[in-house]
Each structure stands twice: as C-alpha cells, then as structure tokens.
Ligand binder design. Structure first.
Ligand code: B12
Ligand code: SF4
Length: 491
C-alpha cells in the first residue's frame, strides 16, 4: 500500500517557547490511520533531514498533505510543496485555516493540487480513497464526489459540495500519537513537568470582527461531551504521564453546563492534573461565582487566557467584542484570588485607533496588573484575517491586501503591518515597543518559558521592559533584534 505523507511546516519564531504536537495533521490522519492506511508524518520543525526523509517516502507515495495558518507558515509549506513537485508527481494537498479561508487563491499556486476546506477529519479519508481510485482509473473524476474540497482539473478550479460541520465530536478517534515521536513535543509547558495540548471543542458563538472563527466556523460551537473530555484527559495522562494540559479550544467555556460537568468529573474522579485554557471570555468568567471558581482551581486550573483587546470602549464596540471595560475590572479583581496566571491579550493598530486610545490600553493593562498580580498582558499588532469584518474595515482604510499566496506569508506580525495605510510611523514604533516589552514587563511570563537560561534572561530584562512599557519609551530597542537572533538560534 502506498504511503500517505503529511508534513508539518515550521511556524517561525512563535515556537521558540516550545514546539507543540502537530495536532492539525494528527487530526487529519486519525481516521485513515484507523482504517489501516500507511501514514508518515514528517515534521520540518524537528526533522533536520526532512528533505531526505521526504524524498525517500515520495518513491511510494499516494499524496502529500501539509497545513498552513496565514503568515510565515505559508512560506515553509510552500518550500515543502515545491520540493515535492520538483521530485515527484505526487498530488499536493493543503488544509488548515489559511487555505480554507482562501481556497481558490491558494490553488492558483502552481505547487498545490487540492485544498481541503474546513474540517478535514472525514474529508481527508474520503479524499485518499478517491485519489487511490483515480490512480487506477485516470480517465474518471473521483474527486468530484468528495465534499469540502477544491481541486484543479484541465487548468480549471473545481469546487465540490460544502461539507457540513461535524456535529458529534465524541465520534472522532483519538489522535494517532504513535505516528510521531512525542518526546519532541513536551518542550511546551504551562508548569514544570510534562505538558500536552488538547482540543475538546471547535468554534465559538461570538462575533469579534477580527476573528477567523466568524468565517471559518461561522459562529458554530461544538464540543465533546464532558465524559469524552475526561476520557481524553485520562488517555493522555496514562499514555504519556503528562502532568499538565493546555486546552487550545477557542472557547472552552462556551457551553457552561459542559464546563461545570467537566469540573465535577475531575473532582469526583480525583484526576490529578493541572491545566490551562487558551480561550476564555470575560462574559463566561462573569457568571462564575467565587464558590465555583474555587472548584475550578481545585480541579487543577492554573491559567486562563482571555481576550481583552483594548482599553478603549469605542474600539471594543467597533470590533463587536461585546464586553464592557467596567465588567473587565470587576472580573479581574474577582479572579485575582484564584488563577495563578491570567494572560490578557490586546490588539493594537485597529483602523481608526488613535495614539490616545493605544495609550489608554496600556494604562488599562497596567491597572489590571495592579489589581491582580497574576496578570500577564500581551500586546499584539493587528493581523487581518481574510474574509472577516475587520478585513472589510481595513479595506475601507486603504488596506492593500495580499493578492497571492506568497504575499500572505508576510502578513500581520511578519511585517505587513508596516504597510497598513492607517498607521503613522510613530504609531508603528510605539506598537513595536509595546508588543515586545509587554511579554517581559511582568514576572508572569515565566510559565510560558521552559528553558532555564531563557527564564533567567527574562528575569534580568524585566525592569527594562517594564520601564519601556510603562513609559512608552520605544527608542534604541536593540534587544528586540537580539531576541529575534536568539530565538532563531534556539530552534
Ligand atoms: C497551536 C496553534 C499554533 C501553533 C502551531 C500550530 C500549527 N498547526 O502549526 C503556534 C504556536 C506555532 C501558532 C502560531 C501562530 N498562530 Co496559531 N494557533 C494554534 C491553535 C491554538 C490550535 C491549532 C490546532 O492545533 N487546532 C486543532 C486542529 C485539529 O484544528 P485545525 O488546525 O483547524 O485542523 C483541522 C482543519 O483545519 C483541517 N486541516 C488542518 N490542516 C490540515 C492539513 C491537511 C493535509 C488536511 C487534509 C486537513 C487539515 O483538518 C483538521 C481537523 O478537522 C489555533 C486556534 C484553534 N483553536 O484552532 C491557532 C491559530 C491557528 N493560530 C493563529 C494565528 C494567527 C497564529 C499566529 C499568527 C500568532 C497569533 N497571533 O496567534 C502565529 C503565527 C503562525 C504563522 N503564521 O506561522 C490563528 C490562525 C488564523 C489564520 N488566518 O490562519 C488561529 C486560528 C488562532 C486565532 N484564533 O486567531 N499557532
Ligand atoms: S471570543 Fe475569541 S474565539 Fe470567540 S469570536 Fe471572539 S476572538 Fe474569536
């Protein structure tokens, strides 16, 4: 049986804090693996000789699949796809958020043959079967019956019927961790001891103007049952002896009864695990009373990440965040007694944001830090997700959107923001300072850093970062360049 090759591309400096398992590819691989296909996963981040490995597997391959988020990862996924095309005639398949948002534009690239739009769990399995049949009988078009793909045929782009969102996540097989060397992926930690990432739900019911969710999942939230979630927790705990889990769901608490049941079950079954949430909202925390929050912490929750986005109510209303600054202050005070780390993320550079409003956000973040010593405020420069309401707003402000796949590789934080027509040079300088120094301005970054010497460096740099952050002092930011060199050298 021919091999199905999947390659995880690098994602650049973002992985300096530790490499996470290739969950997107593992999810796509789960069903075909269960059905007996030979899946080979190569990881460009950890396999230094990935080209040689790939070349060997290409000799007996049915197809090669890779994944991409908007931004730098596209550059690496393109490098992989080019290599495949130059060394074989194996079909190249792209999945993931970026190709799903812009399938036709992605397919215009000469190195890509098929795009899987949206959830790939079932689509990929059906696609493999179709490619197998197509190989045996090249004159027939088997791809047209696979829902949720775009492909090229005689120079034209064909789009098949849309695949509806998965309804029952409980039916999904476990991620096939045996296909990779998991020891490569425990470097990303949220606390001492082995950590792993898990995803127990998809989507989010909210409507934030900048978020991919509004387009990608169309505000549809679906979650595994509380029981299945517990089963997955126990599975990774038993299999790998992990001590910590970082749930990467966009909105883990969207379904409150499910969340409560998960907490009840962890406590009832005395599961010894610490965990953190990548996606939670002020609204959800608002409805949790102190008694319940104490149970959440008792069940092992040590950190939560919450999107605040701005300290200006005008900006919050503009981006449909549906939160109120007063309630942020109240919730922050309430949770200060509970979670040992609370990461608040902010977005800078939204069209029409003034210098005054940006500084308002900094002051607001400092107030949150003052009221709650566990706060880690992180400031990111706006990155325009294709197809979102923010994308439309940016276009109104003269945004010159990337016109092809290669150009999307430079989007947002990769430097494109310097070309946003609504930003002055002064604003850009301020934002670059806040983006870098927010990481280190408090001692709370340490849980995101696993390497001891990096922890120490962060500690030494902290007073300088704090000064720069607090006083808007962006001049001579040479340490940012040094950090960039350092992060490249530790990969
Ligand atoms: C882990 C993670 C990362 C990891 C790496 C992940 C990776 N896949 O390489 C790191 C830390 C490096 C990272 C970095 C960044 N990330 Co990130 N990340 C995530 C996160 C939290 C989880 C991704 C994941 O594993 N999902 C689980 C899998 C199962 O879902 P999935 O990826 O959608 O995969 C399904 C389908 O898309 C499809 N599929 C995916 N790939 C493939 C491949 C094939 C061949 C097939 C057939 C199918 C298929 O099938 C899967 C199963 O249904 C998501 C948020 C989220 N909750 O999903 C953000 C997210 C993907 N990141 C995002 C962003 C913006 C970034 C950053 C720019 C930083 C930032 N500000 O957050 C950087 C830069 C990355 C870059 N441009 O190079 C955005 C992407 C938006 C976009 N337009 O692409 C997301 C959606 C977060 C968000 N809410 O905005 N990220
Ligand atoms: S709450 Fe978070 S995940 Fe949900 S739409 Fe807003 S930004 Fe996206």
């Amino acid at each position: 049986m021919a091999d199905i090759i999947l390659i995880q591309p690098k994602a650049g400096e973002y992985e300096a804090a530790g490499i996470r398992p290739p969950d997107s590819l593992l999810a796509a691989a789960a069903l075909p693996h269960e059905k007996g296909y030979n899946i080979k996963i190569i990881d460009q981040r950890t396999d230094k000789n990935w080209k040689m490995l790939l070349k060997n597997h290409l000799k007996n391959a049915l197809c090669m699949g890779t994944t991409a988020m908007t931004g730098q990862q596209i550059k690496y996924a393109l490098e992989i796809s080019k290599f495949v095309k130059e060394n074989s005639d194996v079909p190249v398949i792209w999945g993931g958020v970026h190709p799903s948002l812009l399938p036709e534009q992605t397919l215009k690239n000469k190195y890509i043959d098929i795009v899987v739009k949206g959830e790939g769990d079932y689509t990929f399995y059906e696609l493999i079967i179709a490619i197998e049949k197509q190989r045996k009988n090249p004159n027939k078009d088997y791809l047209k019956n696979v829902r949720g793909i775009y492909y090229k045929k005689n120079g034209k782009i064909i789009r098949t019927e849309l695949r509806p969102f998965l309804q029952d996540l409980d039916k999904l097989p476990n991620l096939p961790y045996d296909l990779v060397n998991m020891n490569d992926y425990f470097g990303f930690t949220i606390k001492e001891g082995k950590s792993i990432t898990l995803m127990t739900s998809r989507g989010c019911p909210f409507r934030c103007a900048f978020c991919y969710n509004t387009v990608y999942y169309k505000n549809k939230w679906r979650g595994m049952s509380a029981e299945k979630t517990i089963e997955r927790i126990k599975y990774v705990k038993d299999k790998f002896g992990v001590k910590n889990i970082y749930f990467q769901d966009d909105n883990f608490c969207a379904n409150v009864p499910r969340f409560k049941k998960i907490i009840d079950l962890i406590l009832k079954e005395k599961i010894d695990i610490t965990w953190g949430l990548l996606g939670s909202r002020i609204n959800s925390l608002k409805y949790m009373d102190e008694k319940f929050l104490a149970r959440v912490v008792k069940a092992g929750c040590i950190n939560i990440d919450v999107g605040i986005e701005s300290g200006s109510q005008r900006i919050l209303n503009l981006i449909c965040k549906d939160i109120d600054l007063k309630e942020v202050i109240e919730v922050n005070k309430k949770i200060s007694k509970f979670f040992t780390k609370t990461k608040y993320t902010f977005i800078m550079g939204i069209p029409s944001e003034t210098e005054k409003e940006l500084l308002q956000s900094i002051r607001f973040a400092l107030k949150l830090c003052k009221d709650n010593s566990h706060v880690l405020p992180i400031f990111n420069i706006l990155f325009v997700n294709p197809g979102t309401a923010m994308h439309n707003l940016a276009l109104k402000y003269g945004y010159n959107e990337p016109k092809n796949l290669e150009k999307w590789a430079n989007s947002g934080r990769e430097g494109e923001y310097k070309e946003y027509p609504w930003l002055s040079k002064k604003m850009i300088k301020m934002m670059e300072n806040f983006e870098f120094t927010s990481f280190f301005a408090t001692k709370n970054i340490d849980y995101k850093i696993s390497k001891k010497y990096l922890k120490l460096l962060a500690k030494v740099y902290q007073p300088i970062a704090k000064y720069r952050f607090k006083n808007n002092f962006p001049h001579f930011l040479i340490e940012k360049r040094l950090a960039s060199v350092l992060s490249r050298s530790v990969k």
